[in-house]
Design a protein around this ligand. Structure first.
Ligand SMILES: Cc1ncc(C[n+]2csc(CCOP(=O)(O)OP(=O)(O)O)c2C)c(N)n1
Length: 544
C-alpha cells in the first residue's frame, strides 16, 4: 500500500472520527487515501478554525482532536489553535503536509522548518522521515497528546514519503497508561492536614474534569463539608447548585471568593493547572497550607510551596483521603455563598438597554438545559461568564484560559455540536472575536449543524478598554465599526436577530435555539458594568 494509506489506517486504529482541515498540494496522497476511510474529513475555511475545532473536540471528549493543513502558510495558520490546545491541556494531533525531502535542505517554495516551529507549542513534534516509522510515530503522537497533562502532538509528512509504497507494516496496538493510585503515606499525610484544618477550601482545576474525577470530588466535598471554588476551566466540576459550591475563581482582581481564600487555613488544590490562576493571586498568607492532589507533581512556583503533595489518580486520591476522615457538617463559608447567590440574581429583571452582562447571562441560563453547552470566546464577556455562569455539569462551559486566544468561539461551537448533536450549543463572543473566525459559519451550514452565536456588541475591544480605563482612566485604539451582523448572517444563509430591548432577549434566544440552523444574535451590551464591577470589587467587604 501507499505510505499515506498506512498512515490513514493508523489514524483509524486510534479511533479518529473526524479530521478538521484544508487540503493542499503537499498532502494529495493523504487526502486521496481518506476517500477509502470511515474517517470524516471536515473541510473548513481557515486552518485556525480547524485547530480550534480539534482543540474543543479534544476538551469535550478527552480523545485527541485531529487537524490537518498543507505546508508553510497552511501550517502557520494552525499555530494559534494548536498553542491554545497545548496550553489549555486539550489533546490534539496536528498534521501538516511538507515538501519533498529532496528540497527541505534549501530555500524552496513554501518550505519552513515546521518541526522547529511547532516544538514550543507541542509536547511532541516530529517528521515522518520514512514509511517504515509511520505506525510508531502515529501511536506515539496519540499517546503523548492524551497522556496527562494532555496537549498537542505535531507531525509533518513530506509529500514524497507519503507517495512511497510500503509492505508488511500495520498499526500498533493502542495501549492506555493508567495513572496509579497515590501512595498511602501521602494520603495519610494529606488526611492529617485536612483533619486539623478549621477552614479548609478546595480549589478545583481542569484536571478534575480531564481525569473524570467529578463524582469523587462531589462525594469528597459533601462528606467533609469543604467548600469548593473552581477555576474558569473547571466550571461545572461541582455543580453551582451544590451547597458547598462557591463558584468560580480567577479574576486577577479581588472578588468575593478571594475572602474565602484569605480566610482558609488549608487550600486543597485538586487537578489545578497553575497556568489558569497564578498562586500569588490567592496564596497570600505563608501560614496557609497547600495540599496538592494531581496526576503529576506540582509545577515550581515560589508561591506554591506544598505541605503535602499527593500524586496519582485524582479520583482514587480523593476517595482514599475522604475514607480516612470522619464526616463533617456545616459550611464555614456559608455567608460567602449566600452573598454570591444574591449577586447572581441581582439583575434578573433588569430591563436596561443596551443589555447588562449579568442580565444576558441570566436569560441565557434560563434558555439552556443543564447539559447544553456554552463555548466562550475571549474578552470582557469571558470574564463575566467565568464569574457568573451557573454551570451545572462538567464540560458544559468551555473557556480558554491557558492561552486565551480570541476566535475560538465559532469553531468551538461547531465542534461541540458535531460531537454532541443532541445537545444545544451556544457560543458567546465579542464582536471582535466573532469576526476572527466567522467564516466557519459556512462550514457549519454545509454540515447542517445548528447552534447560536450570541455576540455582545460594543464596537470595541472591550476587555482592553476595561484594563485601560482601570490603569489610565482613558482608552486608546480600541474602537472599530461592525458590519450589519443580521445581514452578514443572512448572506451565509444563517438566521440573524438584533436585540432592540432587554425583555426581547429570552424569547429571541429561545427562537434562535429552536430555529434548526445557525443563528446569529447581535446583542448590544452595556459594558459600563465593567468599571462598575471594578469599583465594587475595590470596595469589597468580606462577608465571612
Ligand atoms: C488572538 C488574540 N488577539 C488578541 C488578544 C488580546 N485580547 C484579549 S481580549 C481582547 C478584546 C476582545 O474584544 P471582543 O472580542 O470584542 O470582546 P469584548 O472584550 O468586547 O467582550 C483582546 C484584543 C487575544 N487574547 N487573542
Amino acid at each position: 500500500m501507499r505510505a499515506a494509506e498506512l498512515f490513514v489506517r493508523c489514524l483509524e486504529n486510534e479511533g479518529v472520527a473526524y479530521i478538521f482541515g484544508i487540503p493542499g498540494e503537499e498532502n494529495l496522497d493523504v487526502m486521496d487515501a481518506l476517500l477509502d476511510s470511515p474517517i470524516r474529513f471536515i473541510t473548513v475555511r481557515h486552518e485556525q478554525g480547524a485547530a480550534f475545532m480539534a482543540d474543543v473536540y479534544g476538551r469535550l471528549t478527552g480523545e485527541p482532536g485531529v487537524c490537518l493543513s498543507t505546508l508553510g502558510p497552511g501550517a502557520t495558520n494552525l499555530i494559534t489553535g494548536v498553542a491554545d490546545a497545548n496550553m489549555d491541556h486539550a489533546p490534539v494531533v496536528a498534521i501538516a503536509g511538507q515538501g519533498s525531502t529532496h528540497r527541505l535542505h534549501k530555500e524552496s517554495h513554501q518550505i519552513l522548518d515546521l518541526v522547529n516551529l511547532f516544538e514550543p507549542i507541542s509536547k511532541y513534534a516530529t517528521r515522518m522521515r520514512e514509511p517504515l516509522i509511520i505506525p510508531e510515530v502515529v501511536r506515539k503522537a496519540f499517546k503523548v497528546a492524551k497522556a496527562e497533562k494532555p496537549g498537542c502532538s505535531f507531525m509533518d509528512f513530506p509529500e514524497n514519503i507519503a507517495g512511497l509504497h510500503i509492505e508488511g507494516k500495520q498499526p500498533l496496538k493502542v495501549q492506555e497508561a493508567r495513572t496509579p493510585r497515590p501512595p498511602e503515606e501521602k494520603v495519610v499525610q494529606a488526611a492529617d492536614v485536612i483533619a486539623n484544618a478549621t477552614r479548609p477550601l478546595v480549589l478545583a482545576g481542569n484536571g478534575v474534569i480531564r481525569s473524570r474525577a467529578t463524582d469523587a470530588l462531589r462525594e469528597f466535598t459533601s462528606r467533609l463539608s469543604i467548600p469548593v471554588a473552581t477555576t474558569f476551566m473547571a466550571k461545572g466540576s461541582v455543580s453551582c447548585s451544590h451547597p458547598m459550591s462557591l463558584g468560580t475563581v480567577g479574576l486577577s482582581a479581588s472578588d468575593y471568593i478571594s475572602c474565602g481564600f484569605n480566610r482558609a487555613d488549608v487550600v486543597i488544590c485538586v487537578g489545578y493547572d497553575l497556568v489558569e490562576y497564578q498562586p500569588h493571586l490567592w496564596h497570600r498568607n505563608p501560614e496557609q497550607k497547600i495540599v496538592h492532589l494531581d496526576s503529576l507533581p506540582a509545577e515550581v512556583d515560589e508561591h506554591y510551596i506544598l505541605e503535602v503533595g499527593v500524586v496519582g489518580d485524582i479520583a482514587c486520591g480523593l476517595r482514599d483521603i475522604a475514607a480516612r476522615l470522619s464526616p463533617r457538617e456545616g459550611n464555614w463559608a456559608g455567608n460567602l455563598r449566600h452573598t454570591i447567590d444574591i449577586e447572581n440574581r441581582e439583575y434578573a429583571e433588569d430591563n436596561g438597554y443596551p443589555v447588562k452582562p449579568q442580565k444576558i447571562l441570566w436569560d441565557l441560563r434560563k434558555a439552556l438545559a443543564p447539559d447544553d453547552i456554552l463555548i466562550s470566546d475571549v474578552g470582557a464577556h469571558k470574564m463575566w461568564i467565568a464569574r457568573m455562569w451557573q454551570a451545572q455539569a462538567p464540560n458544559t462551559c468551555i473557556i480558554s484560559n491557558g492561552f486565551a486566544a480570541m476566535g475560538i468561539g465559532v469553531p468551538g461551537a461547531l465542534a461541540a455540536k458535531l460531537t454532541f448533536p443532541e445537545r444545544r450549543v451556544v457560543t458567546v463572543t465579542g464582536d471582535a472575536g466573532f469576526l476572527m473566525n466567522s467564516q466557519e459559519i459556512e462550514t457549519a451550514l454545509r454540515l447542517d449543524l445548528a447552534f447560536v452565536i450570541l455576540i455582545w456588541t460594543d464596537s470595541k475591544y472591550g476587555l482592553i478598554k476595561w484594563h485601560q480605563d482601570e490603569r489610565f482612566g482613558r482608552d486608546s485604539h480600541i474602537d472599530f465599526t461592525n458590519p450589519d451582523f443580521v445581514r452578514y448572517a443572512e448572506s451565509f444563509g444563517a438566521r440573524g436577530y438584533r436585540m432592540e430591548s432587554a425583555d426581547g432577549l429570552l424569547p429571541t434566544l429561545q427562537e434562535a435555539l429552536s430555529c434548526g440552523t445557525v443563528a446569529v444574535v447581535d446583542c448590544p451590551v452595556d459594558y459600563a458594568e465593567n468599571m462598575k464591577l471594578t469599583e465594587k470589587l475595590g470596595a469589597l467587604v468580606c462577608p465571612i
